[in-house]
Design a protein around this ligand. Structure first.
Ligand code: GLN
Length: 180
């Protein structure tokens, strides 16, 4: 198995280290020729969604990535990656993410909460979004303070928190299980 990690900006290296710990090969995508390598899945990391959108368009990656996901490529978006997959951006998942949703004071925090099919998960939130609208086809996986923070729609997984910034590999394992 070989996983592409979008590496335009943000916390891509932490995802790569997580996959290495799980014994899974990965490669970084910075441009179209990187993207054209064979892959079994894609991770879109956290960072700054506005910057990632701009670079993705400048590099000609927006449409190829969107088409691949709509064609069934398994994808995992964390934080800004979740924003990019929503109906306002790549428009792959039937969700609307609300950006910087926890306000300034609560911008960053850590908690442990249950995630369906995964278990208790340590969750690091950094100026995180939450899912403010989800379509009927979207399976809610975790809520924190009554806000939906993780969800799945068929081959697409998103979470508002950063599993790659903890030592817990369970959410990445869940994503790999969606591919296998
Ligand atoms: N607030 C950021 C955005 O809007 C997301 C933050 C993150 O990925 N940690 O893109």
């Amino acid at each position: 198995m070989r996983i592409a990690i979008l590496a335009l900006q943000g916390a891509f290296d932490e995802h790569r280290q997580m996959l290495t710990r799980l014994g899974v090969e990965s490669f970084l995508v910075r441009n179209l020729s990187d993207w054209q390598q064979p892959k079994d899945g894609l991770i879109i990391p956290g960072g700054e969604s506005t910057a990632m959108m701009k670079i993705m368009r400048d590099e000609g990656l927006f449409t190829p990535i969107r088409d691949a996901i709509l064609g069934g490529l398994p994808v995992f978006g964390t934080c800004a990656g979740m924003i990019l997959l929503d109906d306002q951006h790549l428009a792959c998942m039937d969700i609307t993410a609300r950006r910087n949703a926890y306000g300034r004071q609560l911008g960053s925090f850590h908690t442990v909460a249950p995630m369906s099919d995964v278990g208790q998960v340590p969750m690091v939130f950094i100026r995180a979004p939450f899912i403010e609208r989800q379509g009927a086809d979207v399976q809610p996986l975790a809520t924190v303070d009554d806000r939906l923070v993780a969800a799945r729609q068929r081959h697409m997984l998103v979470c508002a928190f950063h599993p790659e910034l903890t030592s817990d590999t369970s959410v990445h394992s869940y994503f790999l299980g969606m591919i296998r």
